[in-house]
Design a protein around this ligand. Sequence first.
Ligand code: IPE
Ligand code: IPE
Ligand code: MG
Length: 258
Amino acid sequence: MPKGGDKRAIAERGLDETRSGLHVAIIMDGNGRWAKARGLPRTLGHRAGVKALKATVAAAAELGIGCLTVFGFSTENWNRPAQEVNDLMGLLKAFVDSDLDRLHQEGVRVRVLGRRDGLGADVLATIARAESLTKANDRFLLQVAFNYGGRADITDAARHFAEDVVAGRLAPDDLTEARFASYLSTALGPNPDLIIRTSGEKRISNFLLWEAAYAELVFQDVLWPDYGAEPLKSALAEFKTRQRRFGGAELDDVLAAS
Ligand code: IPE
Ligand code: IPE
Ligand code: MG
């Protein structure tokens, strides 16, 4: 989050709104159940989940998606046993170590959404490396929500706006929806068109609360480690059947009533 005024974020947002393609966001859920069904420890479910992420990123670019946001670790996931938290922390580094160079060559910009507090030095260094190497790329935006919670992000944005007001840089009346959004950690990307949750659970679990205002929701029964091109194609096929109205009315209905 750029502190001390949002001009840079707004300028970058302006650039990014020209990015073509859909914004798809995914709550990658079901690693534990996938492992349990195979009599494996949960950590192996998470490792299989990283493979699914690689397959999904590759498929997304092919399917005309311009921005993919994935939920990797929530602000509530700290409540899991220490060993599991440790494993999950290690996976971000493993993903970046194995895939960053290739993602960079393919023109992917990587951003990590969420709070930096509480993350270890090695995770912070990994995030800094991924973001700085890829910051000029504009073919595809990959946002990894890690130590992310929608409420935390909104709270932090409100605090940073308040700091700008107290410092005299802005007045309370300067707060518009667009300006508020520029303080969120998602400020670089467009709002999601489609949010997918795997594993059959039908809830948002504190993901993209502000940004999801008009997203279409698709819930799929597949467990995350089994995800990849085919389930993503079927989610997109479902998305294409939806009529998005954004609070307006269907043109045909308006004409019929007049
Ligand atoms: C998703 O899988 C990964 C994270 C939440 C980090 P889970 O670990 O939540 O798997 P289930 O829901 O227990 O099956
Ligand atoms: C949401 O999944 C968080 C991530 C996928 C990273 P959870 O498994 O933590 O969510 P709940 O506890 O089922 O709501
Ligand atoms: Mg879960």
